[in-house]
Design a protein around this ligand. Structure first.
Ligand code: CA
Ligand code: CA
Length: 598
């Protein structure tokens, strides 16, 4: 273990350095780090494409007689070297050698039974001819159908071949197969989705199934991409553009068209149209809209446009900002703009930088501004194996989440301007992989947009600090990565969707007493938070018009003798003792001619 870790620093690092000159895609605020400057030659040449990857992840199907089982959960008998082996990796099973296969106790199966074959009740004469199987307790015979499927579980470990024999001897049993969890089909139909190792790494499909989809996310989320601009006419981006499109803060006009490629690549990872039958899928769903804010004409630029872009995003109602950029010099102006953004409800995702160094040794900004609640710094992992990307800056404190920003030697596939590459997509440039923390940040930002979108769609108030804590709390805690990012946090859209949807539906609601719509001036009002889990140890914080009410930290908020000063929008954030934040709920108290209405 230790040896492997030591090996990571020397020769590997220097080899990666070489490829970074071409592959690292981190525009700089200043030209203080010439190693990252991107050569002009990129912008004129077409890239060659890597061979499409075969989609994998499908389970091995083992089939004999009436029985067909999926590999997941099956195991081999102890004489095998590994006592517990997934069929996915067991080539001898794929070739038809089932002799050693053991079906563990409690495996869920589906048996289809010919009901005409049964004379008595299910209990006496159901599929229990297979003695090793238990019928689910809720099973009832459905009138009017001749062949019915039942859920069955194995009562003890049973060799696969014995199960096949029993099944074949049961005259009433038509077939027996693995019970498969069924979901809405959420695999995007984008033709190049199979090549998107990065989206597989973050479990995008499972995330869609668990709630991050177009059915559940119905509120618009505006994601500002502060970068080289965006090809807003791109067939996979044009439907995803914010209604105001964006603007440029550099050059002689305000057109945010991308004449480089970086911003379009970044925008595609965050929010290329998903499931539109075209190209790739971004992390975002249909409601995640791109605000294109152009601050670079080439690979580097100056600070003022960036500060202006942050302020523009804040003032124009963006919910999320992505900044795949950095500089070695601290900037109070940028820090102030980020504090203002988060104070106004904008979550900010920042690339950690591509020096392959500790941020403590190689200060990089705004990466080091992740101490601001709601500013989240993103490091890069290799989408193929979830190991740290050699180029990624790291820190066990300042880097707060890791997301895929490289893909072995193949590069990260995303959208590029059609003026840059006629196909509109690229994962390589001049045989060099497109990779960088620039690619990791928008994948995390897309996830942030889904959190905001889901919670907003359910009527919750979403603060940047809440989004940050949810992303961190729901991350995979990868011990191998604990020196690279806080708690080894690695993004999983599946876990994030599960966490967010559970907390959003945790039963938090606010009850108003009295319930009258119009209340007399100088009356009293009481707001009380009711939770579905009343025994949980919870902490409360009430807000009014965005201001924290320092004294209001209990489940109830009482406004006594209210007057015009008490009017406004109230909400509460609830935190459990294990630091799991629950979303706040908005509650508006408005002044009316007669007093207050709620
Ligand atoms: Ca698409
Ligand atoms: Ca932070």
């Amino acid at each position: 273990m230790t040896e492997q870790r030591n090996r990571g620093s020397g020769p590997i690092r220097s080899r990666l350095k070489d490829s970074l000159i071409l592959g690292a895609l981190l525009p700089l605020v200043t030209a203080c780090n010439p190693g990252f400057l991107i050569d002009e030659e990129f912008s004129t040449s077409l890239s060659s494409f890597c061979a499409p990857l075969k989609p994998h992840g499908h389970e091995q199907l083992v089939s004999q007689g009436k029985v067909s089982l999926l590999g997941e959960g099956l195991k081999f008998q102890p004489e095998q070297e590994e006592s517990l082996v997934s069929l996915k990796s067991a080539s001898q099973v794929a070739e038809g050698d089932f002799t050693s296969l053991m079906i563990p106790e409690g495996t869920s199966l589906v048996g289809t039974v010919d009901l005409n074959c049964l004379e008595g009740g299910l209990e006496e004469q159901g599929p229990n001819m297979i003695l090793s199987l238990k019928l689910a307790e809720t099973s009832e015979r459905i009138p009017g159908i001749q062949q019915q499927a039942f859920t069955l579980t194995t009562a003890q470990d049973i060799p696969y071949l014995e199960l096949v024999t029993q099944a074949n001897e049961d005259l009433c049993l038509i077939s027996l197969s693995s019970d498969v969890e069924a979901f809405l089909q959420m695999t995007p139909n984008d033709p190049r989705f199979a090549e998107q190792t990065d989206m597989r790494n973050i479990e995008l499909v499972r995330g869609r199934e668990l709630g991050f989809n177009d059915q559940e996310i119905t509120s618009e989320v505006i994601l500002a991409v502060i970068d080289t601009g965006v090809d807003y006419n791109h067939p996979d981006l044009r439907e995803q553009m914010w209604s105001g499109r964006g603007r440029s803060f550099v050059g002689d006009n305000t057109d945010p068209m991308d004449n480089h490629f970086h911003g379009t690549h970044v925008a595609g990872l965050a929010a290329a149209a998903s499931n539109n039958g075209v190209g790739i899928s971004g992390v975002g769903t249909r409601q995640v809209k791109i605000m294109a804010l152009k601050v670079f004409e080439g690979a580097s630029g100056s600070l003022a446009p960036i500060v202006n872009a942050v302020n523009f995003a804040t003032d124009q109602g963006a919910h999320v900002i992505n900044m795949s950029l950095g500089t070695g010099a601290p900037s109070p102006a940028l820090r102030d703009a980020l504090i203002r953004a988060t104070d106004n409800g904008v979550v900010v995702f920042v690339a950690a930088g591509n020096d392959g160094q500790s941020l403590a040794q190689r200060p990089t900004y705004p990466a080091l501004y992740s101490d601001i609640p709601g500013v989240i710094t993103v490091g890069s992992i290799n989408a193929q194996n979830s190991e740290i990307s050699g180029f990624s800056n790291f820190s066990p404190t300042a880097v707060q989440i890791l997301a895929p920003g490289s893909n072995g030697a193949q590069g990260v596939l995303s959208t590029v301007p059609t003026s840059f590459n006629a196909t509109g997509y690229a994962s390589r440039i001049n045989n060099n992989p497109i990779q960088g923390t620039s690619m990791a940040a928008p994948i995390a930002a897309g996830a942030g947009a889904l959190v905001v979108g889901y919670l907003r769609s359910k009527g919750h108030i979403v603060t940047p600090a809440l989004v940050e804590s949810m992303i961190k709390d729901a991350a995979i805690k990868d011990a191998q990565l604990s020196s690279r990012a806080q708690d080894g946090n690695r993004l999983s859209l599946a876990r994030l969707a599960e966490f967010v949807t559970q907390n959003a539906n945790a039963g938090l609601r606010i009850v108003q007493q009295p319930r009258d719509q119009i209340l007399p001036l100088n009356g009293n009002i009481r707001l009380e938070v009711l939770m579905s889990e009343p025994n949980a140890q919870l902490n409360y914080q009430w807000f009014k018009n965005g201001e924290r009410l320092a004294e209001a930290t209990s489940a109830t908020l009482e406004v006594v003798g209210f007057d015009s000063e008490d009017a406004g929008e109230y909400w509460v954030e609830v935190r459990s003792s294990n630091s799991r934040w629950l979303p706040g709920n908005k509650f508006r108290l408005e002044l009316t001619p007669d007093g207050f209405g709620c």
